[in-house]
Structure formats: C-alpha cells, structure tokens
Ligand binder design. Structure first.
Ligand code: ADP
Ligand code: MG
Length: 578
C-alpha cells in the first residue's frame, strides 16, 4: 500500500479530540457548566431529556458572547481564557484548552443563543457537523443558552456505547454534584424529562452539602481548616464512625476544581485508620488551595487530574489536618440514645491507637468489662474463659425475638445484648479467612461456563493477576477480547455473583499499592460470608445460643460485626438508673 501523509480535516481533528473530552452526556454537562461558571453566571438552568441522550440545554446569566465570539467559539483552540504559554501556569478558570465546544459541535447538533450586556440584540447560531448552518439575530436576555441534541449521531459506535438512561443520569448527577458543591454561591435548577431534580439557591458550603445530601449531614460533619505555606485546607470531614462500605461522598477540590486522587484519598483514610474498618470509606468535602505555580491542571483532557509539585508534603499536611479535626471533635463510640453514656459500644479493637494528635477512643474497650475504665485483667479472664470452652458461665439466655437475645456472664450485673445475625457473620467470616489463608478454598466446576465482561484496563489487570484469582478458587478457561470465561468458581459462592465478584477483586487489586493481599482476602471473605449466611437460621434454643456466644468469643474481634457495627452491646443497669 502506498503511504501518503495527509493533514486531517478540522472536523476529523475535532472528533478525535471529542473522543477524549466527550465520552457521554455527563461530559457535555461538565464542559457547559464550566463555561457558564467561567462566564461568571450566578444562575444556571440545566434542562435535559432522556438523561441527556435526548437533549441537553444549559442556560446561564453570564457575560455572554458578542456575535464575533459566538461565530468562533466552536473552532478548536478558540478560547478567551489564555493567550500565552505563560498563562498555562496560572490558570484560574475552569476551562482553558478551547476544545470543549469544538468537540461537542463535532459529535452533536448544537444551538447557541447568546447576548452580552452591551448588545441590544443577541445571536442565534445553529451548528451541524461542525459547520454553522444558521446564524441570525435573536431577542434574548444577557447570558448564554446552549442546546445539544442528537449526541453521537455521526458516531454510531459511541452512541451504542452509551448506557441505560438510569446509568447516564447517575453520571450526570455525579458531575452536577461535583460542580454544585464547589460553586455553592451559584443558583442551580436542574430538570430531567420535565421533572425537577434539584433547585439549589445560593448557600454557604455547609448548607450546600445539606442541600445535596440531606439534613442528616448537619450534625455529622466536622470542620477542617488548616493554613500552611504550601496549601490551605478547608472543608468538612464526615464523622469516621459513619464511614460507609460504598465509596460515597468523597469530594476533593483543588483550587475549586473537582479532582480524583487515590493518593490524597489515602491520606484522609489513613488519618482515621484507627476508627474505620479497612473496607469502609470516609466521606469528605475538602478544598485544597494551592498556588497555581505549584500545580499543573493540564494533565488530562477532562481536567480531573492534577499534578502537584510537592505531593508528599500535601499528603502529610492533609493527613495531619484530618487527624487534628478528628482529635478535636472528641469522637467517641456511643449509641444514639438519650442515655447514651450508659451504653458503650466498642468500635475497633486495634493494636495501634493513634498517637498524634490523641484521639479520644479507648481502643481496648470491651463490653464485657464491668467499667469502661477498669483494668485489663477482667477482660482477659473472660476471654480466656471462653477460649477454654467453658460454657458454664454464660447464663440467663433470653431470646428477645428471632434475631436478638440477652445473656449474662458470670454473676456480675451486666446484661449483654447480642445480634445473632452479626454474631454468625463474624464467626463464618473468621472461619473463611482461615480457609483462605490456608488456601483451603475448593473450586466447583460450573455446568455452563460464566462469561465476565470487562473493559480493556480491567482485562489487563486480570491478565497480570491471574494467579491471585485462581488461588481464590476461580478457574479461568480462556481470555477473549472483552470477556473472560470462567469454568470453576470458589466452592462457597454461587455462579450468579461471578461478574460482581471479579469486579470486586479487580477493584481491590487496583487499590493494591495501598492495600495488601491481606485486605483483598478480607474483602473476599466478607463477600463469601454474606453469601453463605443469607439463609442462615438464628438459633433460639438455649444450648445452641450458648454455643454461638462461645464461638463468637473465640473470634478475633468478637464485639464488632463485619459491617463495623456492634454485634454485642453491654448494658449496666446501675449506670443507667443512678
Ligand atoms: P475553553 O472553556 O477551554 O476556553 P470552550 O470550547 O469550552 O473552551 O469555549 C470556548 C470559548 O467560548 C470560551 O473561552 C468562552 O470565551 C466562550 N464561551 C463558551 N461558553 C460560554 C458561555 N456560557 N458564556 C460566555 N462565553 C462562553
Ligand atoms: Mg470550556
């Protein structure tokens, strides 16, 4: 074949750029919102249909564009935000690459209406396949309205790649929240298919969090504030005791731009390592302010990554700031009761209580102890007692209902309340961890092989870690382009959950620069436990219950369920009634 080099046409160039910038409706919304923010709007309407697949319209009351600017704004590298390379080092606007509108116009139909303060009449421009096919004057208010329709009409492969309306809407809402949080002074209205999703009036940051996530955040979040020469930190930290299993509200902004940073996320998580379980995720809403010259935001086309000149120091400062916030807020495990002082809930039996600053948590706390502050002796005796399988000292077992029971130990005056479900889970979990560590997990062949669909990155991870996966009891029969075929699964699991499970393993591996194999094992053990115990019956018979309590006592962390919540709570009547 004869090789001839050609210079690509503009619309082809734009489409290539669009591949990076515009992946789905949420990317368009991100870019358009950023433009409205850069245009100093304080009122922004988002109107979408069919989760953005039908239509996306953003209306702002910003500075607008005059007719000349409106004509050129869709050209690649057309930007009013930077002029020279020098400017790249001190970017204070959300956009600067001048490629969003060009990209959008290359993959969708666009209608732009805009007017500046000084103009009498506004401009209407319609763009089709990167070309202006209509331009007229129009009456409109100051500001800009952009309608994007027929997304990916000219790239069917991309269009087919879009997910269900529900999933696309989820992406959009996530993008919206990132922007609404960092621009809390802006009013936002947001409707999908005529239904109002958000109507946010200008607010301070804390109230914006409450607007977005609900009133329960009012008490729950702890303020964080730190000023150093390298970085200023401002925002809120979720109470570590409310940390969740799912990676939820984790918002980190650098100079008002939402960014993803597994490294800094780790700093925050580390600051509360003694208060949360390894598989729990703290929530946070944190702004870092760093002098523009020390960061580079021009690392990724959709600008969600930032390079820091001194990432290590920022890590340390962020970690200590979070520790200080937690330390100062006197977090102490307790139930949400008016008589909460009488209830002590163990939260974490940890070997290394935090040192600096001191966090007010008694890491040795044990509900079987008579008094919270009592010496360790009693605890150890009780634990030893159960290690020796001596059951005679558990007595007065009393079922409350199928799931809960009361019991006493020794002849002290403490009543213990046990959650049988959590106890069973803890016991099975400990057994599973042991089997996994001894590589005792057997495989079962499945009748039909299971196909697991993965994207290219995840596929690569599987290829590089196939022994880890096979050690868990999976048998990978073959690896195809986007699928892996699995012919055997771990004995304990059922076939339905294979896709989810493999994704879980991949997620654990991805985190593995901070997470050890041990933690992957824990994640897996937990999954297995939940699968094994869903149909488990709770013992009601006295002997069985005593056996259950004994077994629980032999677990490594008996008083906490594997979900991080207590499995046993002790109550001292004389503390409540005196
Ligand atoms: P960038 O934001 O990187 O400059 P875009 O392609 O997103 O590039 O936008 C190109 C230019 O169009 C912007 O620099 C700005 O001057 C103008 N523009 C885009 N959207 C708006 C808007 N909502 N209001 C006013 N001007 C806008
Ligand atoms: Mg832009």
């Amino acid at each position: 074949m004869k090789q001839t080099i050609q210079i690509l046409k503009d619309n082809v160039i734009n489409q290539i750029a669009a591949g990076e910038v515009i992946q789905r409706p949420s990317s368009i919304i991100k870019e358009l919102l950023e433009n409205s923010i850069d245009a100093q709007a304080n009122n922004i309407h988002i109107i979408i249909k069919k989760s953005g697949k039908g239509l996306i319209q953003i209306i702002d009351n910003g500075i607008g564009m005059n007719i000349q600017d409106a004509k050129v704004c869709f050209i690649k590298h057309a930007t009013s935000k930077i002029e020279s390379t020098d400017d790249i080092t001190k970017i204070s606007t959300m956009g600067f690459r001048g490629e969003a509108l060009a990209s959008i116009a290359s993959v969708a139909e666009v209608e732009l209406k805009t007017k500046t303060q000084d103009e009498e009449i506004g401009t209407l421009i319609c763009i089709d396949n990167s070309k202006i096919n209509k331009i007229t004057q129009t009456a409109c208010k100051r500001g800009t309205s952009i309608i994007v329709k027929n997304l990916f009409f000219n790239i069917p492969a991309r269009k087919n790649f879009l997910k269900s309306d529900k999933i696309e809407l989820k992406h959009i809402i996530e993008t919206f929240i990132q922007i609404a949080l960092s621009h809390h002074h802006i009013n936002f209205q947001f409707t999908n298919d005529g239904k109002q999703l958000y109507n946010l009036s200008t607010e301070n940051f804390k109230n914006r969090i409450i607007q977005l996530f609900g009133r329960r955040y009012k008490q729950k979040i702890l303020q964080i504030k730190e000023q150093t020469t390298i970085v200023a930190i401002d925002g809120f930290l979720g109470n570590p005791l409310d940390a969740k299993k799912t990676r939820g509200e984790q918002y980190l902004f650098v100079n008002n731009r939402f960014i993803r940073s597994p490294y800094l996320n780790h700093a925050i998580k580390e600051s509360m390592a003694d208060l949360i379980q390894t598989d729990q995720h703290p929530s946070y809403f944190i702004f870092l302010n760093i002098d523009h010259q020390y960061i580079d935001v021009n690392v990724h086309p959709n600008k969600t990554e930032v390079k820091f000149e001194d990432e290590k120091s920022i890590y340390q400062i962020l970690k200590s700031a979070c520790k200080r916030t937690i330390g100062m807020s006197n977090i102490k495990p307790s139930l949400d009761f008016s008589i909460e002082k009488s209830f002590e809930v163990p939260i974490h039996i940890q070997n290394n209580p935090p040192k600096e600053p001191k966090i007010n948590v008694n890491s040795d706390f044990n509900p079987f102890r008579k008094k919270f502050a009592r010496d360790k002796e009693n605890t150890q005796n009780i634990q030893k007692l159960f290690k020796e399988e001596n059951t005679s000292d558990i007595y007065e077992v009393f079922n409350i209902d199928n799931r809960y029971a009361l019991f006493k130990i020794n002849h002290d005056n403490i009543i213990n309340l046990i959650d049988k479900k959590k106890a069973i889970e803890r016991i099975i979990y400990d057994q599973t961890i042991q089997s996994l560590n001894n590589q005792e997990i057997n495989s079962q062949l499945t009748i039909n092989p299971t196909t697991v669909e993965l994207n290219a990155i995840d596929m690569q991870i599987i290829k590089e870690n196939n022994t880890t996966i096979e050690n868990l009891g999976y048998k990978i029969e073959s690896i195809e382009k986007e699928n892996i075929i699995i012919s055997a699964i771990p004995f304990y699991l059922n076939q339905d959950g294979t896709q989810e499970f493999i994704e879980l393993i991949i997620e654990s591996i991805k985190k593995s620069n901070t997470i050890t194999d041990n933690q992957i094992t824990k994640e897996i053990a937990k999954k297995i436990t939940y699968q094994k115990t869903t149909h488990e019956k709770y013992p009601n018979n006295k002997d069985l219950l005593i056996r259950l309590i004994n077994k629980l006592m032999k677990c490594e962390i008996p008083f906490i369920g594997i979900d991080g919540k207590p499995s046993v709570i002790s109550v001292e009547p004389n503390k409540i009634f005196n």
